[in-house]
Ligand binder design. Sequence first.
Ligand code: IFM
Length: 482
Amino acid sequence: MSTKKLNSNTPTARAWQHRAGELGSGLPDGFIVGTSTSGFQVEGGARDGGRHESAWDAFTTQPGRILDGSNASVSANHFHRQAEDVTLLRELGVDAYRFSFAWPRLQPDGRGGLSQSGFAFYDRLLDGLLRAGISPMATLFHWDTPLELRGGWLNRDTAQRFGDYAHAVGEAFGDRIDDWVTLNEPATVTLGGYALGTQAPGERMLFGALPVAHHLLLAHGLAVQGLRAADVRGRIGIANVHSLVQPAGDREADAVFSELVDVLHNRIFADPVLLGRYPQPPEQFTTELRALIEVDDADLRTIHQPLDFYGLNYRGPSRVAAGRGASTTADGQPSAAAHLPFHLEPLREYPATGSGHSIAPEYLGLSLAQLRDRYGDALPPVWITEGGAGFPDTVDERGAVHDPVRIDYLAEHLTAAVDAVRPGGIAEGVRLRGYMIRSLLDGFEWEAGYTQRYGLVHVDFPTQNRTPKSSYRWLQRVLSAR
Ligand code: IFM
């Protein structure tokens, strides 16, 4: 059996399109539904208003790094079209919108005061959202590290710079933001950016990347302190990507590597934040993980700040097998992952999105249950801070985008999340606040360039025309049926 990658217009028999009202009326009272984007992925406006370069701008100039050779200098041009995009959000009927402040737009060199033009852009966005009755959730760091910060996240000083930036942004916007996310997916930055080199800045340090994880976590703690010192009125949390990890077979080595991947992908980013300590790695790997085991207790105290919520970004489960894999980079070269003594295997029993993530909604409930079981009372209320599906998408001859598979995906994941936390559900006890659908708009999908689209709204990049997909119309009906 091989994994079947779907396109969003693959015919589906599941007919969620017709059951929007049923889904909407079944959502619990007060359950918040929003959409999310991130600055680098949708804003464009690369040089407008004095935005300086980020590590991702530099990465996109390196040959072979981005699947279609593209960059994000225009992308969905949200920088110039924010008013139209807020109208799309209002007409969609969402309760909340998650966006990210682009660090090099607000603080071009990663230090010093906030730029006036950067401030003006987000000031208008926030006013527009509030006028439309949409609750803003703001992420402080969604991967666009200012290039001026030499050494990026290998340099401990970047954490200090981030704490200062958080404080300045908190002072500027703290009266208007309901929810603050310090970091988006420090695991992806560490693993993709520094361990494997598939993402910016492209380092291939394998276990040598672990200090990056520590500096990011320190940055999180300093940012929470910075926001609280700025007396922001909103709630504060972090968005971590969690993947339930299981061994591919019943060999002892599969189990050991599976535990290692769980530590590297999930637990080193959640345990210190929620419990104030790094996890114990499988004993075979204590040498590789020494950089974390031997950290100063004072750092752990900084990282372990009281949080108002915990964000779960969900893509799907992972299956781990012992032995080297045949992993390649965007341009088909062997990736650093090919040097590891284990590899990830696809879950062949599930179909996959165009981006290759298993469509396995039951694992969303299982991930919530795992968080509850691991962290118990230390787990604050939870948000699904990202959940959505990327496909190439197809525009039909009338200019419409029919994406029934995305509708199924969203319906089944929303249902799985809500059902999991109901009385008697597998994750009963988790206080689930809401679900942020990725994404409002198609945009720059990192190393995949523009080959995968996540939007509820299609963006024709040459003309910048926005066309709501059938998933947008479907979600409109779900939300109005509440
Ligand atoms: O688009 C990204 C997002 O920026 C971070 N989480 C994963 C998404 C899909 O790859």
